[in-house]
Design a protein around this ligand. Structure first.
Ligand SMILES: [Mg+2]
Length: 415
């Protein structure tokens, strides 16, 4: 494996992305502590993202609103605007790629670039150029932190060291000194459980982890991930394993007056239809579906086999089947706080084979044609003009386009 002697990667992470986009779009919010909420509310639910001013005051992402308000009484609550974040994401990417080609978009607010000959030797200049472009062409409210290193993993860690608006360079010739003072919990790939396991093995610091050999790391992790992390931390050019798509799903926190089983059922229909649309666009069929309901101190979930389908009628029939169980097992007064659906056990369209059950169901082909036509019409008009059954989104909208760090919604998700 190659161990680069120069900088090869840039990692960029926007600071408090959702809240800073809100501040950029709405000047009245600038310089104030802002908390983004899942829907219009004053005290129910959580702050799902907050601005740097709110962070400085001690507010954290995913904190109950009441707690956040107690810490920071002047906190301004703003309901999420996912479509705005999606448009900002694309505009920001445009500016960055005018300085440097983007190698991979890791999430809605994180990306990596590979450095070429000239840029390797002038990281400071490249970093400042990107920041300048964003300031001049997008606005000063959206800032980012940038890290440079020999590989992506180290660049990501460097990027988080000086937030917000940081620029950190971990040159191979200076390693491992800046790495050794980092806490173990800050290593991407060391979660809470792994951290505990390391503690039990007597590894309390980055220095101790650094001194292990690759085989020992493999043993501690119980698989090749540990060994890969060793090479990453030691500055080798190691590439991430390509991840395979395994499910299409959506979940939503229900507004206070929508927390009945009746509304949860309506909402789950919408979420499922949105997930099925995305699955069809990507060319997959699903073999199983899962519904989950969560309330205060309880959760309920069930799965059902779908026999490799992708049309709305088949998916909704599966959902009805699960809801029959839910209505039998849960008492009618239950307050549902969150509802989630997922289509999984996916197979690509070109590997799709008609199942015996499907052959028995002669109407399947017709329903698939109807789904394709519905998609075409909805695409043509840029919104949901046709749906199976009623289409009534919960207050706050955004049934399938809610904010998410890991998935960048498509325009179609907002219809
Ligand atoms: Mg960020």
């Amino acid at each position: 494996m190659r161990q680069p002697k120069t900088l090869e990667y840039l990692y960029l992470d926007f600071d408090g992305f959702f809240a800073s986009v809100e501040q950029q779009a709405r000047p009245a919010l600038r310089g104030r502590p802002v908390g983004v909420t899942p829907f219009e509310t004053k005290d129910h639910s959580c702050v799902i993202a907050c601005s740097k001013e709110a962070k400085r005051a001690g507010v954290k992402n995913v904190m109950p609103i009441r707690q956040a308000k107690a810490i920071c009484p002047e906190l301004v609550l703003v309901p999420q605007s996912p479509d705005l974040y999606r448009r900002a994401h694309h505009a920001l990417l445009n500016e960055i790629s005018s300085v440097l080609p983007i190698e991979a978009v890791k999430s809605i607010d994180e990306l990596t670039c590979r450095l070429d000959g000239r840029d390797k030797h002038h990281p400071e200049m490249v970093g400042q150029q990107i920041k300048q472009k964003l300031r001049d062409n997008i606005g000063a409210s959206i800032t980012c932190s940038i890290g440079f290193a020999a590989n992506r993993q180290l660049a990501k860690m460097a990027c988080k060291v000086n937030k917000p608006d940081g620029l950190t360079i971990w040159h191979p010739k200076d390693m491992p000194t800046p790495l050794l003072c980092q806490p173990l919990e800050d290593v991407p790939g060391i979660g809470k459980r792994m951290h505990k396991r390391l503690m039990r093995a007597g590894i309390f610091s980055m220095r101790a982890l650094w001194r292990l050999d690759p085989k020992h790391m493999r043993k501690l992790w119980g698989n090749v991930t540990g060994e890969r992390l060793w090479y990453a931390l030691h500055g080798y050019d190691i590439h991430a394993q390509p991840s395979k798509r395994c499910m299409y799903g959506h979940s939503r926190i229900l507004p206070p007056d929508w927390r009945s089983l009746f509304h949860a059922r309506n909402c789950s229909r919408l979420l499922l239809v949105k997930a099925a649309r995305r699955m069809r666009r990507a060319g997959f069929y699903s073999g199983h579906m899962w519904l989950s309901l969560k309330g205060h101190n309880w959760r309920w979930g069930k799965q059902v086999a779908l026999y490799h389908v992708h049309d709305d009628q088949a998916c909704l029939r599966g959902l009805d089947e699960i809801w029959q169980h839910a209505l039998n097992e849960l008492d009618g007064e239950r307050k549902v706080k969150q509802v989630g659906v997922a289509l999984y056990d996916l197979s690509p369209q070109n590997e799709h084979q008609l199942d015996l059950f499907l052959q028995a169901d002669r109407n399947r082909g017709k329903w698939e044609t109807i789904a394709a036509l519905t998609d075409q019409l909805n695409n043509k008009y840029g919104r949901t003009v046709i749906s199976l059954g009623s289409w009534c989104p919960p207050p706050g909208g955004y049934a399938g386009g809610k904010i998410s760090y890991t998935r960048i919604p498509n325009m179609e998700d907002f219809w």
